[in-house]
Write a protein that binds this ligand. Structure first.
Ligand SMILES: Nc1ncnc2c1ncn2[C@@H]1O[C@H](COP(=O)(O)OP(=O)(O)OP(=O)(O)O)[C@@H](O)[C@H]1O
Ligand code: SF4
Ligand SMILES: [Mg+2]
Length: 324
């Protein structure tokens, strides 16, 4: 199990510290998919980066634990982390263009994912790269333009967004990780390609029994692929539970607003619902009241104090004064 408890991350800027993640807690088991959903700037990628041990420079974990089975990864140094990245824990990054090396051919980049962990002969390596590209849907038929041999010799900019995303998945799962973090893996893609990639991730999960953390700002995508949902707002998880429970009966006003903003295809004349205002920036966050206070339609005087997490039946949790 991947178990994150009270994870808190601070950013230091101009000698001041800001809490960018506060008390994040969730767990993911093998074969489960936890969706982290929330607007831009809520801290989804920061959570992923912290779990992967990739926080750098002015960012650091100041409290909490990240247990991978019985090991607390917070105690790991960089060398120990390098050993588990790829094999136990892997990540598909948000921006494929920024994550792939623009100057290196695709085949070489996938080879590197293997060489981090295995000593392989040239032939073994070639077979592994071919197999990983076949696993993510590239064909080995010489007549097709996008056959595997052709892809191997291309640079990232020669590929379409969907093809680059497949390559990113091939690299992330090269060494059969137990847990995969997919950060907005389909956001930049058209709906048909998006569905293909989602199905691909699901089928790889079934084959490898992976636990997945799936990050998206789109609750419809989260609903399609996730067993559990953590709704993030301004660096906190404000609601957590099983996908069906949350979608059918959202409790937190922010979750309700996210669900209401899904376009209704049966009633195209209905105006699109929006959430007024913006996610507070780091400097604007006030931890002594509910962080959603300024935008919440249900706020009362009670919400001007620190808000408690309320545990509900079916392992559900919500952080809102409406429930106590
Ligand atoms: N290097 C940095 N220095 C200062 N603040 C940062 C830095 N990186 C991120 N932040 C801040 O951290 C917060 C969380 O950012 P994060 O990238 O995790 O959001 P996100 O939920 O992934 O958003 P998106 O949906 O746009 O990808 C934001 O308020 C952002 O402004
Ligand atoms: S605690 Fe109050 S302000 Fe915050 S979400 Fe609940 S009702 Fe709204
Ligand atoms: Mg992000």
């Amino acid at each position: 199990m991947l178990n994150v408890t009270n994870l808190t991350v601070e950013i230091k800027e101009n000698k001041k510290s800001y809490e960018v993640l506060s008390d994040i807690s969730f767990s993911v088991e093998k074969n489960q998919t936890l969706g982290l959903v929330g607007e831009s700037g809520c801290g989804k990628s920061m959570t992923a980066t912290a779990i992967m041990g990739l926080l750098r420079n002015n960012k650091k974990i100041t409290a909490g634990s990240i247990y991978l089975d019985d090991i607390d990864l917070i105690k790991y140094n960089e060398k120990e982390y390098e050993e588990i990245r790829g094999t136990k824990l892997s990540m598909i990054f948000q921006d494929s263009m920024a994550s792939l090396n623009p100057l290196m051919k695709i085949g070489k980049q996938i080879e590197e994912a293997y060489l981090m962990h295995y000593k392989l002969t040239k032939d073994e390596l070639k077979n592994k790269v071919n197999k990983s590209l076949a696993d993510v849907g590239f064909k080995n038929i010489s007549e097709t333009i996008n056959n595997i041999d052709n892809i191997i010799n291309k640079y990232p900019h020669n590929l379409s967004g969907g093809q680059r995303q497949r390559v990113m998945i091939a690299m992330a799962i090269a060494c059969c990780p137990q847990y995969l973090i997919a950060d907005e893996p389909t956001t930049a893609l058209d709906v048909t390609t998006q569905n293909k990639i989602l199905n691909l991730i699901k089928s790889i999960q079934e084959k490898n029994n992976m636990g997945i953390i799936f990050i998206s700002h789109d609750i419809t995508v989260i609903n399609k692929v996730c067993t559990h949902i953590g709704v993030m707002y301004a660096g906190k998880i404000v609601e957590y539970g099983k996908t069906n429970d949350i979608i059918k009966d959202p409790k937190h006003p922010y979750t309700k607003a996210l669900i209401q903003s899904i376009p209704n295809t049966n009633n195209k004349n209905k105006p699109l619902s929006i959430i007024d205002g913006f996610v507070p920036t780091l400097g604007e966050r006030n931890n002594s009241e509910c962080i959603f206070y300024e935008r919440c339609k249900d706020r009362t005087g009670k919400c001007k104090t620190k808000v408690k997490d309320i545990q509900m039946e079916n392992n559900r949790k919500v952080t809102c004064t409406l429930y106590y």
